[in-house]
Design a protein around this ligand. Structure first.
Ligand code: PNS
Length: 164
């Protein structure tokens, strides 16, 4: 039986930290579904359109057939069930992430007790990295090259112009 995990998030855009979590998940599972969420409760669209984010994830894992990038709307647990994934992967960077992640894991368990959440820690050099920092630093023309793959870097430069 294939062990399938789902790694949900906003991925606006995918960072080296996300990629690092996906690589780690690939050591534990046969297939990893990277699922970009439509955030109905958020008014703003985000920096990149959902489809653009999915494309960037696909590009980042072009040679890796075990990674599938998708988008989903509605409850994560419903989507996980539909995709026959019993494991949700979330990255934990620091203690500050813990409270929100713990609440979300327990709420998802309440909604769907058969689905388990597993937390993975990224490599230390990405422990202070977030997509929101990438968006902010990029919008201000700063250097983010080491924190995103070259394709994402190009996409950021198309949005914001040349970055340091
Ligand atoms: O990268 P993010 O923004 O922290 O990811 C949060 C995400 C998308 C995983 C979460 O908001 C989510 O699962 N949204 C889908 C709707 C849902 O199931 N909400 C209930 C969560 S307890």
């Amino acid at each position: 039986m294939n062990r399938v995990a789902i790694y949900p998030g906003s991925f606006d855009p995918i960072t080296r930290g996300h990629e690092n979590i996906i690589q780690r998940a690939l050591m534990l599972f046969d297939n990893v579904i990277v699922a970009v969420a439509h955030r109905r409760t958020q008014k703003k669209e985000g920096l990149f359109k959902i489809q653009e984010r999915v494309k960037m994830i696909e590009k980042a894992f072009e040679g890796e057939s075990r990674v599938v990038a998708t988008e989903f709307d509605g409850l994560l647990v419903d989507y996980a069930r539909k995709m026959e994934a019993r494991i949700i992967i979330r990255g934990l960077r620091a203690v500050s992430d813990f409270e929100y992640e713990f609440q979300m894991a327990l709420m998802n368990r309440h909604l769907s007790p058969e689905i388990e959440t597993i937390f993975l820690a990224p490599a230390e050099q990405y422990s202070y990295l977030s997509a929101s920092f990438i968006r902010e630093i990029g919008s201000l023309g700063g250097s983010v090259r080491e924190f995103v793959n070259p394709n994402v870097h190009e996409a950021l430069q198309r949005k914001f112009g040349p970055l340091a």
